[in-house]
Design a protein. Structure first.
Length: 184
């Protein structure tokens, strides 16, 4: 049974998303919601994100909405370093402050400001070791930053029980078509 789930994926710029009004965001959020609903019915209790822009922030927003329906659902933000949002624009900082304010648990792996890329790797290792599965928004044909996390999980899965769920571009296309039909 999956009780804790790490959710990650692309940053907005990797998807060509440069503002929060982009229609792709609703499609991604719906795909995440569908996966979470299925896992909640099977006993999911915790959703973990690391607070990065894009899929992770959108996941937190989905969880906040789902908590109205599933009050037992909790989420945690485990950042790789302190002040992850320091260089973001004001709108993104406000979005981040909101998801932090609603989180059930918040911490930073290194407890210091950004120093080097190793902090991201250590964050991923920690979260993987402390969750049951990863839900990754990822497309093999457009690898981007999620490929590193996917590789890390695949290596971890060679020696440990762990599950990997992937939302692909095909899955997103299906949801886009469903949403389009629903508008008719």
């Amino acid at each position: 049974m999956i009780q804790s789930l790490y959710v990650s994926g692309y940053r907005p710029h990797e998807l060509g998303i440069f503002n929060e009004k982009h229609p792709g965001i609703q499609i991604i959020k719906k795909a995440i919601e569908n996966e979470l609903r299925s896992l909640i019915e099977d006993g999911l209790e915790w959703v973990i994100v690391s607070g990065q822009l894009g899929v992770e922030i959108w996941t937190a927003e989905v969880v906040i909405e789902l908590k109205n329906e599933f009050p037992q659902l909790k989420y945690s933000v485990i950042t790789p370093f302190l002040d992850i949002e320091k260089n973001w624009n004001e709108q993104r900082q406000q979005q981040y402050a909101y998801i932090i304010s609603q989180a059930d648990f918040v911490t930073s792996i290194t407890k210091r400001p950004y120093e080097a890329p190793w902090q991201f790797v250590e964050k991923d290792k920690f979260i993987i070791q402390n969750t049951d599965a990863l839900l990754l928004v990822y497309d093999e044909e457009h690898e981007g930053s999620p490929k590193y996390l996917k590789r890390l999980v695949e290596k971890y899965m060679e020696r440990n029980p762990y599950e990997l769920f992937v939302i692909t571009s095909y899955d997103l296309q299906i949801i886009a078509e469903e949403l389009e039909r629903a508008e008719w």
